[in-house]
Design a protein around this ligand. Structure first.
Ligand code: SF4
Ligand code: SF4
Length: 74
């Protein structure tokens, strides 16, 4: 059960792959064919149900391309 979700700002992304490398639950993989308008390979969310909303991907992204939203459970 996902604890949150992420939004990728594709125009900010530079295809470095840090988000994939640091997401422990492997929610993110770098696409093989999806390119941004600037020509960078984009990450895609493949395992949204496993997102723990830890925020690591957003913190590791050098280009501020990922926003992390944590679900409120009350
Ligand atoms: S918030 Fe954490 S679990 Fe969710 S996609 Fe980012 S690194 Fe992965
Ligand atoms: S860490 Fe940021 S710039 Fe690098 S691939 Fe992921 S979203 Fe793109």
């Amino acid at each position: 059960m996902a604890k949150g979700e992420i939004a990728i700002k594709e125009n900010n992304c530079r295809g470095c792959g840090y988000c994939q490398r640091f997401c422990k639950p492997e929610c993110i993989v770098m696409s093989e064919d999806k390119l941004s308008s600037l020509g960078y390979i984009l990450p895609v969310v493949v395992n949204p149900d496993e997102c723990t909303a830890c925020g690591i991907c957003g913190r590791m992204c050098p280009h501020y391309a990922i926003e992390v939203y944590k679900y409120v459970t009350e």
